[in-house]
Design a protein around this ligand. Structure first.
Ligand SMILES: Cc1cc2nc3c(=O)[nH]c(=O)nc-3n(C[C@H](O)[C@H](O)[C@H](O)COP(=O)(O)OP(=O)(O)OC[C@H]3O[C@@H](n4cnc5c(N)ncnc54)[C@H](O)[C@@H]3O)c2cc1C
Length: 489
């Protein structure tokens, strides 16, 4: 087996797979390694008993004009996976002070529906409209220079400039929880507003034919099509360093050499475990240790003996169930809201081949802390079950089997836990004040030849999108570095 490459990419998550595919496409000899059997990392799609499903609820935004579309085009592989933006594909359920959930149908296509559905969902009156309209109008129209000034302003501080009713705060609290998996009171307003604009222009709720993770599989095919190599089930144990520069990696399948190493393993595991603290300045190690992970999503996969759900995505929330920092702290000491915030995705709504005829799989989740050793996991699983059965009467009768998932599984499939409470995070580094915009960690590490890729060093946006954006960015940086060197071998 070839041992020497121009670039080694560790991890075939969305960030690593995007980067490796583009590097290979641009003629750079690329090796992509991942410890799992299937590419996709946190966005992986698996197959079992005639179903294909993602391991947890996942849809993307923006629907149109995404980096995924751009990358597939450059790879000339747009025909391999369809990026699906389906009308009337989602349902929001909101409960304010009254006991009944109100509902609104949503679309993944931008401009397909006005704000009226949301206004009705939230029970807003004519009196609310000037302030609420002012808030959303300001977010939509804000110019890039103004947005950049909000890197150090929390979304809660930004909202305090407007006198909007609790229902709007609950809606935006839910949105911060689902899109960034952080609370409103820590989320950087710059990140929130940039993403809000992307979703308003491009829609949100995209899914992919063949499963969400199919796109990562296609990127891996691209690596091999363009002359690179993909080794799955290969765990990188160490990144080798000589004289202040990376020289390759040591894996459980052997040693590989390259002057450039791109790590999708997470900035904390990369610095603190794969390279080792001794290779970095003390202040950089302290900075890396102090980075804050996003929160997590845990839940239950329901396999149904008949189709029950009529939409592809559901989000159920109330004034009580979206989480801010104070509520998460209370949850850690045993408090739970009466009903939990639920996020539910039904893959076969988007692509009927994803479930056997007459069956359905629903991936339901709620928010929790990123600790892989979650002390209140049992209570949360029970809460999810109770809330789901209350919101969707008749669901219980359709359940053929159910499988729980949690932060320990997320960590095992994606990044190692190297700092207390870290590992099960949903996104990567939290998109909070101090870690966004100009304060986001740089993709180029302070060690010659080492780059980070994925959400930890990504652009703005929700979930998988910053990972793909980071893949594009690091392919550009790595390509430039490669061209500026004499041929490596
Ligand atoms: C429960 C849950 C729900 C989510 N819902 C959504 C959603 O609805 N919409 C959305 O856009 N996003 C969602 N996300 C977030 C999204 O999946 C992530 O933000 C994104 O996929 C992260 O991509 P990444 O490339 O940064 O890293 P990862 O997906 O973490 O990929 C890292 C890869 O590196 C590999 N790796 C790590 N260490 C090693 C090693 N030592 N050797 C070899 N390989 C290694 C891992 O195996 C993995 O494949 C969700 C995530 C979770 C967990």
């Amino acid at each position: 087996m070839e041992q020497r490459y121009d670039v080694i990419v560790i991890g075939a998550g969305i960030g690593g797979a995007t980067c490796a595919a583009l590097l290979a496409r641009r003629g750079i000899r690329t090796l992509l390694l991942d410890k799992n059997a299937i590419p996709g990392g946190k966005a992986m799609t698996v197959a079992k008993d005639g179903f294909r499903y993602d391991l947890w609820p996942i849809v993307g935004g923006p629907s149109l004009n995404s980096r995924f579309a751009e990358v597939l085009e450059e790879l000339e592989m747009a025909g391999e996976v369809e990026l699906l933006a389906v009308k009337e594909s989602s349902m929001l359920l909101y409960r304010g002070s009254d006991p009944i959930y109100r509902t609104a149908i949503g679309s993944a296509v931008p401009g397909d529906q006005g704000p009226l559905g949301i206004f009705e969902l939230l029970g807003l009156t004519d009196e609310d409209l000037p302030e609420v309209g002012g808030l959303f109008g300001a977010m939509l129209e804000m110019q890039a220079e103004e947005i950049a000034k909000l890197d150090n302003v929390t979304f809660t501080e930004f909202l305090s400039r407007y006198r909007v009713p609790q229902a709007v705060r609950s809606y935006l609290g839910m949105w911060a929880n689902i899109v960034f998996v952080v609370p409103l009171d820590l989320l950087a307003a710059s990140e929130a507003i940039k993403t809000f604009q992307d979703f308003a222009r491009g829609g949100a709720g995209r899914y992919h034919s063949g499963g969400f993770g199919r796109v990562a599989e296609v990127f891996c095919q691209a690596v091999e099509r363009y002359g690179g190599r993909v080794l799955m089930k290969t765990r990188v144990e160490r990144i080798s360093v000589e004289d202040g520069a990376v020289t390759g990696v040591v894996t459980d399948k052997g040693t590989f050499e390259a002057p450039l190493v791109v790590s999708n393993a997470g900035i904390q595991p990369t610095v603190l475990r794969l390279v080792g603290e001794e290779q970095f300045d003390r202040s950089y190690v302290a900075y890396v240790r102090g980075l804050v992970p996003s929160w997590a999503i845990m839940g239950i996969r329901y396999f149904l003996n008949r189709p029950y759900f009529e939409q592809g995505m559901y989000i159920a929330f109330s004034d009580e169930s979206y989480l801010d920092s104070e509520r998460l702290t209370r949850m850690k000491s045993g408090w739970l809201p009466d009903e939990l915030l639920l996020f539910n995705v039904v893959p076969s709504f988007y692509d009927r081949t994803l479930a056997p005829e007459g069956k359905q799989c629903a991936l339901v989740g709620t928010l929790c802390s990123s600790d892989p050793d979650l002390p209140n996991a049992e209570a949360l699983w029970s809460g999810i079950e109770e809330t789901a059965m209350r919101i969707w009467p008749g669901l219980e009768a359709c359940v053929e089997s159910r499988v729980r998932y949690g932060t320990a599984q997320v960590s095992a499939l994606t990044r190692d836990s190297v700092v207390p409470g870290q590992g099960g995070e949903c996104i990567g580094l939290a998109q909070i004040v101090g870690q966004c915009g100009r304060d986001k960690p740089a993709a180029r590490a302070p060690l010659r030849g080492l780059f980070y890729v994925g959400c930890d060093a990504g652009g703005a946006g929700g979930g998988t999108h910053p990972a793909a954006a980071s893949g594009v960015n690091v392919a550009d940086l790595g390509g430039r570095d490669h061209r500026s060197r004499a041929p490596a071998f």
